[in-house]
Design a protein around this ligand. Structure first.
Ligand code: ZN
Length: 359
């Protein structure tokens, strides 16, 4: 089942939105199920869903029980714990794995498994958290703050195959797609297996990010114990580098600047554009060699310089992309993979030069 493939490498997947205000954004149960209403109670007394007076047949009870078990498994994999005693048809207040209840440290997460066991949904009522979502017993779809995500389909698999990126690599990185008629790639950002953000990309190269999520490097779990780290400029380049057998690679989340910022480095709090580096500090501090494999153009060089001045030039190396013809070079990791193959890409990375020499 696709969902199992996605979660196999991600024992605790969940989605976050750190700014959602529950008063203005809430989960609506589909009206066709007759339960269209808000979950908004934050009081200690838990509302119960309406109960049916018609007793269920033993076979129906077995079917529903199986679905509830399936849902509980999925919810567990999303990091929500303490659901063992949760009964379908009730609102259960649990600890939120995202915010742990904030300052109150209370049970701020409302989990509701609908009585027939078709789906479970949750929302955290801690004002700064607001993590919400839905999982389905019979489907691998996930709803993240209103956006339906599903396993990547044939059209996008073909799109990546043309870029020599395999289905196995897509699944290992939990790449999904937005449900709907337009093909939209959903790069899920994970930390400790938990999905902490999502970046969307259309085939026409239009990007946007899940609003309000803290920014991280893409693929950060792959550099947990790494002494050498490769940094690329986009998610597809990260996947390309993986095809070359190099897993200790991360991508920056928001591309390259046009030019190098002329002034002194801002303080940590004011360094908004590079907050993802500071968020990832505990990982990067352990690294002795950072190979900058950004694009060959001016923004790519500017990004390499901005990264190097923050990470320390003495431990940075720079990839030299091979020549395409007398006038130009291959521009990035994916282009090298596509045109020259995985071995050539690996070689280019291995032959990076010390950053200060490169300059
Ligand atoms: Zn929360």
């Amino acid at each position: 089942m696709p969902f199992v493939n996605i979660i196999r490498h991600a024992p605790f997947i969940f989605f976050v939105n750190t700014t959602t205000n529950y008063k203005s954004s809430f989960v609506i149960i589909p009206p066709r199920l007759g339960l269209g209403r808000r979950i908004c109670s934050c009081s200690g007394s838990l509302p119960s869903a309406p109960k049916s007076n018609v007793p269920l047949s033993p076979s129906q009870q077995t079917i529903n029980g199986g679905k509830v078990t399936e849902l509980k498994k999925k919810v567990e994999l999303l990091g929500i714990q303490g659901h063992d005693s949760c009964l379908p048809g009730r609102y259960n207040y649990l600890f939120c794995p995202k915010c742990r209840g904030g300052k109150s440290m209370g049970r701020t997460l409302s989990l509701h498994i609908i009585e027939k066991g078709d789906f479970a949904m949750w929302r955290c009522f801690q004002t700064d958290c607001g993590w919400a979502g839905q999982v389905f017993a019979d489907s691998s779809k996930i709803i993240m703050n209103g956006t339906v995500l599903e396993p990547i389909g044939d059209e996008l698999i073909a799109y990546f195959a043309e870029r020599r990126i395999s289905k196995a690599t897509l699944q290992r990185n939990a790449v999904m797609q937005r449900s709907g008629d337009q093909a939209v790639i959903a790069f899920t950002y994970r930390r400790n297996g938990v999905i902490v953000g999502c970046k969307y990309r259309t085939l026409e190269k239009k990007f946007w990010q899940e609003k309000g999520t803290k920014k991280w490097l893409y693929g950060i779990d792959d550099i947990k114990e790494a002494a050498t780290v490769v940094v690329v400029e986009g998610e597809i380049d990260k996947l390309a580098v993986e095809e070359a057998g190099v897993h200790n690679c991360v991508s920056v989340p928001c591309g390259a600047p046009q030019t190098v910022f002329a002034k002194e480095l801002p303080t940590l709090e004011k360094d908004i554009a590079y907050q993802y580096l500071w968020n990832s500090k505990e990982y990067l501090d352990k690294v002795s060699c950072i190979i900058l494999a950004t694009d060959v153009d001016d923004p790519g060089n500017a990004l390499a310089e901005e990264l190097a001045r923050r990470l320390g030039k003495e431990r940075c190396w720079r990839v030299e992309w091979p020549k395409k013809d007398d006038f130009s070079c291959f521009k990035d990791a994916n282009e090298v993979l596509k045109c020259l193959g995985p071995e050539a890409l690996k070689e280019v990375i291995e032959n990076a030069k010390p950053y200060q020499e490169y300059m």
